[in-house]
Design a protein around this ligand. Structure first.
Ligand code: ADP
Ligand code: MG
Length: 597
């Protein structure tokens, strides 16, 4: 059983079969409960994607269900149009409202999104209750049932198959989405905006499309809800309902899309059970139900962060992760991704002219100029506090310059965003490694190739991206082979030691097909052997034509590696030259001696 279920295709087949036979063997009550579960699981699925995987909490998901439900209810009752027209209408309205609140709130970080979704959830439910056209608190009734030709789906058994087909489609779509270009970006959102910008992606756009996707899933649920229940009123769409959806996602397991299904089943079965049992115990059953759910919520957060799916995955031996598609790399090769044309060896790639950066009264970078030419390794070194990291941030457009210029391939990049300069071909690594620990090595590296294809959410979800996806994975595998980690492509990145993680970041940077690779203190925190391995890799890359700028504190590490050194001290350029000459220079020696190395 365990081995059987560990194979997703088998597990899915068994599940689909079980779902399909429910109406044959069970009564109306069970079928209706399953219908509710299916609809709720769509909303919870959106929340697993948005909150669990994307890291943005929404307390307003029921409001999106409500907008769609009311939209189709109004269109079909007041306008007398077909419920099938209600679907695009409902999704359009839901999408537009999600876009609007996304635009208003997603740029605000931290707690603003959850807070604003609460406000949003409250006001939408209030709106439903106070608009005459929407039936105020009594709601809208006599909503027509769905029909397929002359077959009416009014019966719970009839709409059952529509609901569960749509649930199947939605889960298939989400699974595809997560294993694609936009999906890798979604799974990297928790790594921060700077990580995404470094591969040419905008965290804001990724979060906005994710928010929209989750809202549309809720919208689909709302449309089904309206035509199944044939009646809508404000209360099923209020903040309390939103919290219930969130509870489903959390109890099922936020880390896995299957958690949405498990959680919806768990919460609805419990709720039904409580509604039977609680009235026997007390007259205030409704309040006790809320308390019970609150307690459950707290228990889960304390003892089972992974939800039910967390237990399932432990039981199955953790081998099944949502990341990566192990068979992908064994498929027949496809055409490689297009590459940039490399400038001739020796042409100036990067020109820094009189760069100045002030922090208030402190001049962290003071009139520094230097160049990096194609095909060379340049080291930017200096004692602690010399201004190297600040210089690094100016080059990669992570921080704005006070004055001066940086030209990259002839473009003035001093006013550009980090994302734009990444797309021009300047790839970076991080001093404090920014990998996605639970993603496979392959997926981490594939994220680096983000800007090299243009697949969006819709194409990814519908699996129309298979050629590009295969190209990206093939490129990621090639870069992993290049750095000597090809064999470990499907392991989790978090399982690697620090030194190897640094090297993996280099592979991610290389996957962007960069013209210049800028490394921030790559040797920091590494043991001797790891440093030597890193040094050898960088030399190999240089021999293959990669241009590298290393910002480094450790002078010994760079001495045998680089073609040229630029030494900074107190924010200014001290000397520039070949390693031997720099080492012999008295000013450099005293600068290093005078500092706490
Ligand atoms: P290095 O990387 O060579 O050790 P940094 O570039 O980190 O040096 O720092 C250079 C100087 O600028 C230091 O004196 C540091 O305290 C100051 N500095 C760096 N970043 C900031 C900041 N964000 N705000 C204020 N001062 C800063
Ligand atoms: Mg530094």
């Amino acid at each position: 059983m365990r081995h059987l279920l560990a194979r997703p295709a088998w597990a899915l087949g068994v599940l689909a079969l079980l779902v399909a036979v429910v109406p044959i063997f069970f009564g109306n009550f069970a079928v209706s409960l399953m219908n509710d579960m299916g609809i709720a699981s769509l909303v919870a699925l959106g929340l697993v994607l948005l909150t669990g995987i994307g890291g943005a909490t929404s307390f307003g998901q029921a409001a999106f269900v409500g907008i769609a439900a009311y939209a189709t209810a109004w269109l079909t009752t007041s306008m007398g149009l077909s419920p099938w027209l209600g679907l695009p209408f409902a999704l359009t309205l839901t999408g537009l409202s999600a876009l609007l609140i996304g635009l208003l709130t997603l740029r605000l970080g931290g707690h603003f999104l959850p807070l604003s979704t609460i406000a949003w959830g409250l006001s939408i439910a209030m709106l439903f209750g106070n608009v005459d056209a929407l039936g105020r608190h009594t709601g809208l009734s006599n909503i027509p049932a769905l029909t397929l030709g002359s077959w009416s789906l009014a019966d719970p058994r009839a709409i059952y198959y529509l609901i569960w087909s749509l649930v199947g489609l939605a889960f298939w779509f989400s699974y595809n989405l997560l294993n694609s270009r936009p999906g890798r970006a979604i799974r990297s959102l928790r790594g921060g905006a700077i990580l995404l910008a470094s591969v040419g992606a905008s965290a804001y756009h990724v979060r906005l499309t994710l928010f929209l996707t989750a809202a549309l899933l809720a919208g689909l649920a709302g449309w089904l809800y309206a035509h199944m229940n044939r009646f809508v009123s404000p209360s099923p769409f209020d903040v309390r309902a939103s919290i219930e959806y969130l509870l489903m996602a959390v109890s099922g397991g936020l880390g896995h899309i299957a958690g949405a299904l498990v959680g919806a089943a768990l919460v609805l079965v419990m709720k039904n059970g409580l509604q039977d049992v609680l009235p026997l115990l007390t007259q205030r059953a409704g309040q006790l139900e809320a308390v019970t759910f609150a307690v459950l919520f707290i228990l889960i957060l304390h003892y089972a962060r992974g939800g039910m799916m967390g237990f399932v995955r432990r039981w199955m031996g953790a081998g099944v992760t949502s990341s990566g598609n192990p068979s992908a790399s064994t498929r027949p090769p496809v055409a490689p991704l297009a590459q940039r044309s490399m400038p001739q060896r020796g042409t100036p790639l990067l020109e820094v002219k009189s760069a100045v950066k002030r922090f208030g009264g402190l001049v962290a970078v003071n009139d520094v100029s230097f160049e990096v030419n194609s095909g060379e390794i340049v080291g930017l070194i200096g004692p602690n506090g010399a201004g190297k990291s600040t210089m690094f941030n100016l080059l990669t457009c992570t921080a704005p310059m006070t004055s001066g210029q940086v030209h990259f391939l002839g473009h003035d990049i001093s006013q550009m965003s980090q994302r734009e300069v990444a797309r021009l071909g300047l790839a970076r690594t991080f001093q404090h490694v920014k990998l996605r620990p639970h993603m496979s090595l392959l997926d981490n590296v594939a994220l680096g190739a983000y800007a090299r294809t243009h697949v969006g959410v819709l194409r990814a979800g519908l699996r129309l991206d298979r050629v590009q996806e295969q190209q990206v994975l093939q490129e990621a595998q090639r870069q992993l082979d290049r750095i000597g980690l090809g064999e470990r492509a499907h392991e989790e990145a978090g399982s690697l030691p620090l030194g190897t993680q640094r090297i993996l970041e280099i592979a991610r940077a290389l996957a962007a097909d960069p013209l210049l690779l800028v490394l921030d203190e790559p040797a920091a925190g590494l043991r001797r052997k790891e440093k030597m391995a890193l040094g050898q890799l960088l030399k190999k890359l240089r021999d293959e034509g990669v241009t590298i700028l290393i910002v480094e504190h450790d002078m010994e590490f760079v001495m045998t590696l680089v073609d040229r050194l630029v030494v900074m001290n107190f924010g200014a350029k001290l000397v520039e030259g070949e390693p031997a000459a720099v080492r012999a220079d008295e000013r450099v020696q005293s600068a290093y001696l005078g500092s706490v190395v």
